[in-house]
Design a protein around this ligand. Structure first.
Ligand code: BG6
Length: 501
């Protein structure tokens, strides 16, 4: 029997400012870390996997980037020109029936350098217009305060989030946007994938790695992350104070790993890996560092400057809900010798022989989503929201102009079924689902345009060629029906999980 999702389920899509907006130096916006990301056409899976190296940057590279006006070599500078197309794009989201639209505010549009006292009015006005446009279409905005784009000056001058002053600068930004948009925005997320600072320290934390002694850099990253945790908790407190009806969530990369075999050492290695995954969310939900991190710091001589006041703040302001991205799973083994590796979401893992993968090597695993939902809910007992999920794939425009992206439909459909099972069979409280990149956008990890996630096609290639024209893919109409039927049109018969001895 077909049924559907909970009433008021929040269906929608999600984007990030630096991957869509363009207009990187217009209306007072300052350059951000994202604007320094040079396009390198990856030739192999190995090159794709090396996200840390691909996103690492030196002062010399920054100087070279700043001297260049070439937007095609630095594609996040042009994005999909959403800055000038947002009305058209939001109208298309509304046509699909979106209940919510998750997007981020570029900090450097509001505070171009990061350390100013007064905000840039043109930046505030832009997002106000975006919010009003959403509300005019009955779409509820979900705003991410920080999605990989600290202002460049803040990174160069202060060493980004490594500097404790970052907390004050960020809070000034939060104060400005929350007081301006209060009453219009109900859902806020603090830091997108706060854990990602360990994988791409420049993009997330504004850390220019070459400035620090190599052996101290892990400590530097954890210190910067600690400052983000304190800022995140303070932001939760401030949002609750300014807008008491608002709900604030943390956002984590839900990496899910399976033991490659049932050898106890593989299972133990997987448990270690998963404790690392949960550690960051633990801090934002429970308000204190978990045993895993404390032990890691002790054993690796990592010393974090953490004041008593920091500890009080973390404890005082836990998040209201837990949001996460989910794309893929991979495996862990105590000894990976001879095992095939594959790329994941800015990670490398052991290939699971039972799973298919995208062209970028990300292994497709809807059951892994159900598993993740159950684990997160059992651990945190807070409402969950899936704020990113989707398939990055190459699309072909057929001679009649249509795009038959059945592979994307299949991927999302399977994940919707997994969500539904987690809600109905496992008792998980899931607030909503925002598909990643409902309109094609630039890839975070590779800056490629050809890695497309959208229901809406954007005519633009990896080298900046194209008209920027938007068109509807087959998945557009499919997702429209999913939302119109509150999920029912995507649902398949539920088979109970088989457990045999
Ligand atoms: C998430 C990020 O980790 O993965 C997004 O929050 C990103 O910004 C998404 O775009 C997909 O990754 P990619 O590298 O395919 O763009």
């Amino acid at each position: 029997m077909k049924t559907n999702f909970p009433k008021d389920f929040l269906w929608g899509g999600a984007t990030a400012a630096n991957q869509i907006e363009g207009a990187w130096n217009q209306d007072g916006k300052g350059p951000s870390t994202a604007d320094m990301m040079r396009f390198r056409d990856p030739k192999s899976l190995k090159e794709l996997n090396n996200v840390h190296a691909n996103t690492d940057i030196t002062d010399e590279m920054i100087a070279e980037a700043l001297a260049s006006t070439d937007e095609n070599s630095y594609p996040k500078r042009h994005g999909i020109d959403y800055y000038h197309h947002y009305k058209e794009d939001i109208a298309l989201f509304a046509e699909m029936g979106f209940k919510v639209y998750r997007f981020s505010i570029a900090w450097s549009r509001i505070f171009p350098k990061g350390d100013e006292v007064e905000p840039n009015e043109m930046g505030l006005k832009f997002y106000e217009d975006v919010i009003d446009e959403c509300l005019a279409h009955s779409i509820e905005p979900i705003i991410t305060l920080s999605h990989y784009e600290p202002p460049l000056y803040f990174c160069q001058e202060y060493n980004g989030w490594y500097n404790r002053k970052a907390i004050g600068f960020f809070m000034n930004y939060v104060q400005s946007v929350v007081s301006r948009y209060k009453g219009k925005v109900k859902y806020w997320l603090t830091f997108n994938e706060i854990d990602s600072i360990l994988r791409h320290p420049f993009m997330t934390g504004g850390l220019i790695e070459s400035r620090f002694p190599k052996e101290e850099f892990e400590n530097v990253m954890y210190q910067a992350m600690h400052h983000q945790f304190v800022a995140s908790a303070k932001a939760v407190g401030l949002i609750h104070q300014i807008a008491p009806a608002a709900k604030v969530g943390c956002m984590t990369t839900k990496l899910t790993y399976y033991p490659f075999s049932c050898k106890p050492e593989d299972v133990l290695a997987t448990q270690q890996k998963m404790r690392q995954v949960y550690a960051f969310c633990d801090i934002q939900v429970f308000g204190e560092y978990p045993a895993f991190l404390k032990a890691k710091f002790k054993n690796n001589n990592i010393q974090i400057d953490m004041t008593e006041e920091d500890a009080r703040i973390l404890k005082a302001h836990p998040v209201d809900f837990v949001s996460f991205s989910y794309y893929q799973t991979s495996c862990v083994a105590a000894d990976a010798t001879g095992l095939a590796l594959t790329a994941g979401n800015t990670t490398i893992g052991i290939k699971n022989p039972h799973l298919p993968a995208s062209e970028w090597g990300w292994q497709i695993d809807p059951s892994g989503l159900r598993l993740s939902l159950v684990d997160l809910y059992d651990r945190y007992r807070k409402p969950l929201m899936i704020v990113e999920n989707g398939l990055g794939a190459k699309d072909t425009v057929l001679p009649d102009g249509t795009i038959d992206d059945q592979y994307r439909i299949d991927y999302i459909k399977a994940h919707i079924n997994a969500m539904y099972q987690a809600i109905t069979q496992d008792g998980v409280e899931l607030m909503g689902y925002t598909a990643w990149g409902p309109i094609d956008l630039l890839s975070n990890s590779t800056s490629q345009m050809s890695k497309r996630y959208g229901f809406i096609y954007v005519d633009l290639d990896d080298y900046g060629k194209g008209t920027y024209q938007r068109s509807k893919k087959k998945s557009f109409y499919w997702y429209q029906e999913v939302i119109a039927t509150n999920g029912a049109s995507a649902l398949e018969k539920i088979e109970p999980v088989k457990v045999t001895v």
